[in-house]
Structure formats: C-alpha cells, structure tokens
Write a protein that binds this ligand. Structure first.
Ligand code: ATP
Ligand code: RIB
Length: 308
C-alpha cells in the first residue's frame, strides 16, 4: 500500500456571487448568479490529489453548524480519508467570493473551525504525520499550527509542501523545514517583505531560497511556473493556453497534482508540467472543487497538447 499524502489545512464552504465586475470599497454591484461550492485551500488540494489517483488523508476541523457535516461528507465522497477531521463548536470555515466575467475573483475567508486546529491537535496524529509520503499545508489555519507541522516534518524527515496562501510572512525556522514552497507573486512579495515583485523571476526565486526552503515553485498565473532549488535545474514550465472562466483553486489544483505525481516518482519538471495541465483544466470550469480534473482528463489534455 503506498504511503498517503496528508493535507493539514482548511475546509470551507464557498459562497460565490458572479457579477459583471468586482465592487470597489463602498460600492454595490448587481450580481448575476449565486452558487455554493465545497472549497478551502486544504480541502481543494486534498480533493485535487484524490481525483488524480492519490491516496489522501486530511487533518482539520469543521464547525458544529449545518455546513460541517456536509463539508466532511463531500470530502469523503471525493475519496479523502476524513477520520482526522473533527468537529469544533461554532461555524465552519466560509469564503465569500465574487467573480467577474474576466475570471478574476476577490475572496474574504472567515476561518471559523479552521482557526480551532491548534498545534496540540497535531500531536494526536503524530503517527499519521510520520507515516506520510508528503505533507501539504497552506496558511488558512493558525500559523502556530503550520509552524508545529514544520517541526514535525523536520523531525520525521517527511517532505513538506507549503502554499503560503493567503499571503502572510513566515519565519525562517519554518522556511528551513519546507521542501517545496509554492507562492504566487503576491505571496512571494509578502514572504520577502517587499512592496512589489520585481520583473526578475530568477532573483525572486533565489531570494526565497535564501530564506531556507529547499525548492521554490513560483506560480505565475497563465504563464505557468518557475521551478528552482536543490532538486531540479532552474527552469520555466510554460502554462497551457485555455479559455479561463474561473481561476478559483487553480493554485490548489497545481499543488494537489504536483504532490500526486511526485510521490509516484516523477521528476520535479515532469510534476510541474502535469500540475500546470491539471490547473489549466481547473480554470476552464466554475467553482473550487467541481473544477478539479480527474487523472484521465488530465492525461487526455496532455496528449492533445502534445499533438499541437
Ligand atoms: P489561485 O487562483 O488558486 O489563488 P494562485 O494565485 O495560487 O491561484 P496561479 O499562478 O494564479 O496561482 O495559478 C496556478 C497555476 O494555474 C499556474 O501556475 C498555471 O499553471 C495555472 N493557471 C492559472 N491561471 C491560468 C490561466 N488563465 N490559463 C492557464 N493556466 C492557468
Ligand atoms: O484557493 C481557493 C480557495 O481559497 C477557495 O476555495 C476558498 O475557500 C479560499 O479559501
């Protein structure tokens, strides 16, 4: 039995309004559609990996509200092991999302039960953490919990993939435990405590590496990613050209996909290309988890792209 991919991260219900444009501060705009989707960066990455054939488990908390049981059931149905998803008093994590016709979005995340996942909770799951093939984390749970996960990852020598999203500064001690750091441009700027990301992507990647992580994968939207670090030659992996409808969870599709093929022994560059394909497919569809592709869809997409 292969080791599992373990996601320690958020589970949200996404409340999504589609409007012709995203309102500015103080402004009201007319919405066109309203839908709810299963989301949360942790849950999205877990479902992305499971749909692509990974053996996946999750640690987090859902609320005692009406959403909690539905969110957990949604993960179970997607093939994610949820024995370590507990119930916390209060509301589940929610994300209020507005999307526009250009596939842009703005998101307010209210952590709810995700905020109740504390460092000591991880200690109850040490055996599970120790026996994982890779750990995936993001920053929608308390930073102290992510920091503790980094300590455990180091202690048990399990690779840690950190998506530093939503953007927050992360200390060097944690960065030194990260095997794969996957920021987008905003998150890179925040990590480097700069005001904006310069045009020199190679230099940004080098400065992130100098904070101590082993590899960095800079996510560059439709342009793809830049991969650099100890386990791969520095290089761009081009994004795939698709018609984007909704980019929510593109980054999560990337991380989940990268983890699955990495644990199956592919090279980092091959993993990044496969992950760009899964992420490109996800932006052609609306919603977070409904947009995440299967293995067959992703392989077929890559075959077609290879023929062009
Ligand atoms: P998210 O929107 O989930 O927050 P992110 O900001 O973390 O995503 P992005 O760089 O926007 O990360 O997207 C992750 C990956 O998804 C990209 O590296 C790329 O491979 C793919 N991707 C994103 N947008 C597009 C697009 N418009 N067309 C094709 N691929 C895309
Ligand atoms: O990365 C996309 C996710 O961010 C959404 O599903 C939403 O829940 C927010 O957490």
């Amino acid at each position: 039995m292969p080791k599992h991919i373990l996601v320690v991260g958020s589970i949200n219900l996404d409340l999504v309004a589609q409007a012709t444009r995203i309102p500015q501060a103080g402004e009201t705009v007319h919405g066109e559609t309203f839908q709810t989707f299963f989301g949360g960066k942790g849950a999205n990455q877990a479902v992305a990996a499971a749909r692509l054939g990974g053996r996946v488990a999750m640690i987090d908390k859902v609320g005692s509200d009406e959403f909690g049981a539905r969110l957990k059931q949604g993960l179970r149905k997607a093939g994610v092991r949820v024995a370590s998803v507990e119930k916390a008093p209060g509301h589940s994590g929610v994300a209020l999302i507005t999307t526009d016709k250009h596939a842009h979005n703005s998101i307010v995340v209210v952590p709810g039960a995700n905020g109740a996942l504390l460092p000591e909770d991880l200690d109850h799951h040490r055996a599970m953490i120790e026996s994982s093939a890779i750990l995936l984390a993001q920053l929608e749970i308390p930073l102290a919990t992510v920091e503790h996960l980094a300590v455990l990852a180091g202690r048990y020598q399990v690779p840690l993939m950190l998506d530093p999203a939503p953007a927050r500064a992360v200390g060097r001690k944690t960065m030194r435990a990260v095997t794969w750091l996957t920021p987008n441009e905003t998150e890179s700027t925040t990590l480097l405590r700069e005001t904006e990301m310069g045009d020199d992507i190679e230099s940004t990647a080098n400065r992130l590496l100098s904070m101590g992580c082993r590899n960095v994968i800079l996510k560059l939207g439709s342009r793809g990613v830049y991969l650099s670090g100890h386990d791969s030659q520095a290089r761009f992996i081009k994004g795939f050209q698709v018609k984007a409808h909704d980019t929510t969870a593109a980054g999560d599709a990337f991380n989940g996909a990268f983890a699955v093929v990495l644990t199956q022994g592919k090279s980092p560059a091959e993993c990044a290309r496969f992950a760009c394909a899964a992420a490109a497919l996800s932006v052609t569809r609306v919603g977070a988890q409904p947009s995440l592709p299967t293995r067959e869809e992703t392989e077929e997409f890559l075959r077609r792209a290879g023929r062009r």
